[in-house]
Design a protein around this ligand. Structure first.
Ligand SMILES: [Zn+2]
Length: 84
């Protein structure tokens, strides 16, 4: 079974600017209630699962790397207009 993340809502967590670099942290909630922190910056994209719910992929309730491979997919579902 292939896991398919589906973004339900996005909240802007922090937005910092230094020189020309802008770093944005977004809290992304998926349809299955998984919450993730998405960091977008100068050429950076990273994703970390918040520990509010067990991982829907491996079922661990602590840190895992399952969502690393979904960075592009989830990022692609997050439209800037949705969180500004
Ligand atoms: Zn996992």
């Amino acid at each position: 079974m292939t896991y398919q993340p589906l973004v339900k809502s996005v909240v802007l967590s922090t937005q910092t600017k230094s020189n020309d670099t802008e770093l944005v942290q977004l809290i992304v909630t998926l349809q299955d209630a998984t919450q993730l922190r998405l960091i977008r910056g100068d050429g950076i994209k990273s994703i970390t699962r918040l520990l509010t719910n067990p991982c829907p992929i491996c079922r661990k309730d602590f840190y895992c790397k399952c969502f690393d491979r979904f960075v592009e997919e989830i990022d692609g579902q997050v439209e800037e207009k949705d969180w500004k």
